[in-house]
Write a protein that binds this ligand. Structure first.
Ligand code: 8DG
Length: 315
């Protein structure tokens, strides 16, 4: 049976302490008692962001002053085929005066979800657990000891997502290095993904794998890890990552880098256009430093990834 496509706008209200708001649907709605992000259907003639501002005013009594488009996902329910436009709502006026939910709760991204959760929202909650900054190792160039010291500094400064990318190290050294990165990062509650080496990731029990673009395009199924991401450089690669239901993508190169001098770059305009409307978070990569975070997020990025810019800054 084909169902009419219904556009829905939903807001992730983010507090400065990182918590976000969930509401429990009232008794007279479909999926009564389920938890959701506040929002509702897009009315004819409205854009999704206009719909969200109206819904948050009507339902919660707040006026949105700053929002960013984030993820877009479709889901086929028994009652409807919904296209969900998620926004990050970063600033608003007025205090919450909820008129529709049975309960509201500010939840920590790392904490367990509220149950029951609307079925379409699982990947959204997972995306909110993805740290905003990824450090990509380069022990091959820096030396193993210098890289591990830089990792410790970055972990102290709050880094919680590391990609081990060391094709240049000999096999034994690579295994030792990857184990060491995993132990140090886990100690701080962080995640480690291994570039292009599913066997190594399995052997050391890493959190996941990171697929280079050529490997991504050769796959028709997602590898079995909790976290799987990929490097992308154009829309076709991003869409393939979405079709495989990957957890994130890196899109590069955004700015010029010392490691790839003279290569054409996307700039923030192309970054925004390419990453728009995808179901998974996209991190910006290429010549970025921690200071670029706000610019990246304003351009639709979930966050930033980096090599030298991250290790030099201590993240
Ligand atoms: N608001 C919201 N809706 C969601 C989320 N996830 C999800 O699958 N949905 C679905 C459930 C519903 O099928 C649809 C939203 O419809 P709704 O009934 O809440 O919309 P509305 O507030 O405009 O209600 P109404 O005018 O029809 O009474 O989107 C979410 O996180 N927030």
């Amino acid at each position: 049976m084909t169902r009419k496509l219904v556009d829905v706008a939903a807001g992730v209200l983010l507090r400065p302490d990182g918590r976000y708001l969930l509401g429990q649907r009232g008794p007279d709605t479909v999926y009564a008692g389920y938890w959701e992000f506040p929002g509702g259907k897009v009315e004819p003639g409205e854009t999704p962001s206009q719909a969200l501002c109206r819904e948050l005013d009507e339902e919660l009594g707040i006026r949105v002053t700053r929002l960013r488009p984030w993820l877009r996902r479709e889901h086929l329910y028994e009652h409807a085929h919904v296209r969900l436009h998620f926004f990050e709502v970063c600033a608003w006026e007025g205090s919450l005066d909820d008129k529709v939910h049975s309960a509201l709760d500010w939840v920590e991204p790392a904490a367990a979800t509220r149950e029951p959760m609307l079925p379409a929202n699982g990947p959204i909650l997972k995306a909110l657990r993805l740290p905003r900054t990824m450090g990509i190792t380069e022990a091959t160039r820096m030396g193993v000891d210098a890289q591990l010291e830089a990792l410790d500094r970055a972990l102290d400064a709050g880094l919680r997502l590391v990609q081990v990318r060391e094709a240049g190290l000999a096999a034994d050294a690579r295994i030792r290095f990857a184990r060491e990165v995993l132990a140090r990062t886990r100690d701080r509650g962080g995640l480690v993904v291994i570039n292009d080496d599913i066997e190594l990731a399995q052997m050391i029990g890493a959190d996941g794998v990171h697929l280079p673009a050529r490997r991504l395009m050769a796959l028709s199924q997602r590898p079995a890890f909790e976290w799987v991401g990929a490097s992308c450089h154009d829309r076709a690669e991003l869409e393939h990552a979405a079709a495989l239901m990957l957890d994130y993508a890196l899109l590069s190169p955004v700015l010029a880098t010392d490691s790839h001098p003279g290569e054409p770059t996307l700039g923030w305009g192309d970054f925004r256009a390419l990453s728009e409307g995808l179901p998974m978070p996209v991190l910006a990569l290429g010549g970025l430093k921690p200071d670029d975070m706000e610019t990246a997020r304003d351009a639709g990025a979930h966050g930033i990834a980096g090599i030298r810019g991250i290790w030099a800054a201590g993240a």
